[in-house]
Design a protein around this ligand. Structure first.
Ligand code: NAD
Ligand code: DAU
Length: 351
C-alpha cells in the first residue's frame, strides 16, 4: 500500500461519503475508518465498501488516549482525516459537555498520538482537520465568510469546533506538524441522520407529521451536496498547502422557509398528493437559543488555488436526495426506531 490513511467518524454522514470516495478512488491506499458508532454512526452507510481489500473498520473512541496511541502504533498511519465529532447544534444546547470532550479532547488526543508516532519526521505526513463555517459566527444581510474572517462561534457546538481548529493550528506552529483545515457550509444528501433539517423534514412530510420551523424560518444556510464536500476534501488532502485553511461552500443560500417550501412541493409530486398538501404541515415553533441568522461561504480560494467547484445544482440535488430517502425506507426505519423517539419527544415536545 502506498499510504495508510486514518479517517475518523467514517460511519457518520459526511465521513461515510468520504470513505466511499477514498476506498474506490485509491485502491493503493489503506483506509482505516475509526468510529465510536454513537447514535450518529451507522455501518449500514458503508455496506458497499465493507468487503474492499483496502478498507478496515475499527470501533473506538477518540476520547480514549491509550486506545488512540495504540492504534497509531498498530497501523503506523501516514495521514489523518479527522471528522469524528458531536455535530448537532440542538444537542449541544441541551448538553454541551459531550461536545467539549469529544470535539476538543478527542481532537487533541489524535494530535498527540500523531505527534508521538511521527516523531520529528513529518515528511509526507498530514493531519487534516474537517471543520465548519459555524466557527465564523453569524452574518447580517451582507458579506460572506472568508478564510480570514475572525472566529466568533456562538453555540457550544461551534465553540468546541473553533477550539479544535485553534489547537490543530497550535500543533502546526509549535511542533511543525503538517496540517490543513477546511471549513464547510451545510451539507445535504443521502445517509444524513434525521435530526438535521432536510432528512427530518423529508421523514416528517412522508409520515404526515408537523414540520417544526424554528422562529420565523428566516434564517439562511448555504447548502452543499455532501459528495461535493467529499470531493473538496480529496482535493485539499492531496494538493492543499501545509498550514492553510480552505473554505468550502455551495454559493447556494436559502432561507429555511423557502427551502422547506421547495421540499414540500417536490414531496407532493413524489407522493402524488395535491399541490400544497405538505405545506399544511408547517408549524412555527420556539426559536433555537442563539440561532445564527445567516451563513454564506466564499469558496474563491479553493476554486482559484485548487480548481474545485461544486458539481451539482441544488434543484437537482434536493430531488435526488428526496428520492434516496423515499427509496431507502428500511435505512430510515432502522434509525427512527428505539432511542430516536425519546430524542424527538425531548427536543420538540416543549417547543
Ligand atoms: P455525524 O454526526 O453524522 O457523524 C459523526 C461521526 O463521528 C459518527 O459516525 C459518530 O459515531 C462519530 N463519533 C462521534 N464521537 C466519536 C468519538 N468520540 N470517537 C469516534 N467517533 C466518534 O457528523 P457529520 O455531519 O458527518 O459531520 C462530520 C464532520 O464534519 C464533523 O466534524 C462536523 O463538525 C463537520 N461538518 C459537518 C457539516 C454538516 O453540514 N453536517 C458541515 C461542515 C462541517
Ligand atoms: O454550517 C455547517 C453546520 O451545518 C454543521 O457544522 C453542523 O454539523 C450541521 O448540523 C449544520 O448546522 P445547522 O444548525 O445549520 O443545521 P440544522 O440542520 O440543525 O438546521 C438547519 C437550519 O434549520 C437552522 O437554521 C435551524 C433550522 N431548523 C432545524 C431543525 C432541526 C428548524 O427550523 N427546525 C428543525 O427542526
Amino acid at each position: 500500500m502506498e499510504k495508510t490513511v486514518l479517517i475518523t467518524g467514517g460511519a457518520g454522514f459526511i465521513g461515510s461519503h468520504l470513505v466511499r470516495l477514498m476506498v474506490n478512488k485509491y485502491p493503493n491506499y489503506k483506509i482505516v475508518n475509526l468510529d465510536k458508532l454513537t447514535y450518529a454512526g451507522n455501518l449500514a452507510n458503508l455496506t458497499d465498501v465493507e468487503d474492499k481489500p483496502n478498507y478496515e473498520f475499527v470501533k473506538g473512541d477518540i476520547v480514549d488516549a491509550d486506545f488512540i496511541n495504540q492504534l497509531f502504533k498498530d497501523f503506523n498511519f501516514d495521514s489523518v482525516i479527522h471528522l469524528a465529532a458531536e455535530s448537532h447544534v440542538d444537542r449541544s444546547i441541551e448538553g454541551p459537555m459531550e461536545f467539549i470532550v469529544t470535539n476538543i479532547v478527542g481532537t487533541t488526543n489524535l494530535l498527540n498520538a500523531a505527534k508521538d508516532s511521527w516523531g520529528n519526521n513529518f515528511s509526507d505526513k498530514l493531519f487534516y482537520h474537517v471543520s465548519t463555517d459555524e466557527v465564523y459566527g453569524s452574518l447580517g444581510e451582507e458579506g460572506m465568510f472568508l478564510e480570514t474572517t475572525p472566529y466568533d462561534p456562538r453555540s457550544p457546538y461551534s465553540a468546541s469546533k473553533a477550539s479544535s481548529d485553534h489547537i490543530v493550528r497550535a500543533y502546526h506552529h509549535t511542533y511543525g506538524m503538517p496540517i490543513v483545515i477546511s471549513n464547510c457550509s451545510n451539507n445535504y444528501g443521502s445517509h444524513q441522520f434525521p435530526e438535521k433539517l432536510i432528512p427530518l423534514f423529508i421523514n416528517n412530510i412522508k409520515n404526515n407529521k408537523a414540520l417544526p420551523v424554528y422562529g420565523k424560518g428566516e434564517n439562511i444556510r448555504d447548502w452543499l451536496w455532501v459528495n461535493d464536500h467529499a470531493r473538496a476534501i480529496d482535493v485539499i488532502f492531496h494538493d492543499g498547502k501545509n498550514g492553510d485553511t480552505y473554505n468550502i461552500g455551495g454559493h447556494n443560500e436559502w432561507t429555511n422557509i423557502d427551502l422547506i417550501k421547495v421540499m414540500c412541493k417536490v414531496m407532493d409530486e413524489k407522493l402524488s398528493r395535491p399541490l400544497g398538501e405538505s405545506e399544511k404541515l408547517i408549524t412555527y415553533v420556539t426559536d433555537r437559543a442563539g440561532h445564527d441568522m445567516r451563513y454564506a461561504i466564499d469558496a474563491t480560494k479553493l476554486k482559484e488555488e485548487l480548481g474545485w467547484v461544486p458539481s451539482l445544482q441544488f434543484e437537482e440535488g434536493i430531488r435526488n436526495t428526496i428520492d434516496w430517502y423515499l427509496e431507502n425506507e428500511e435505512w430510515m426505519n432502522n434509525i427512527t426506531s428505539g432511542d430516536y423517539e425519546n430524542y424527538y419527544e425531548k427536543q420538540y415536545a416543549t417547543r
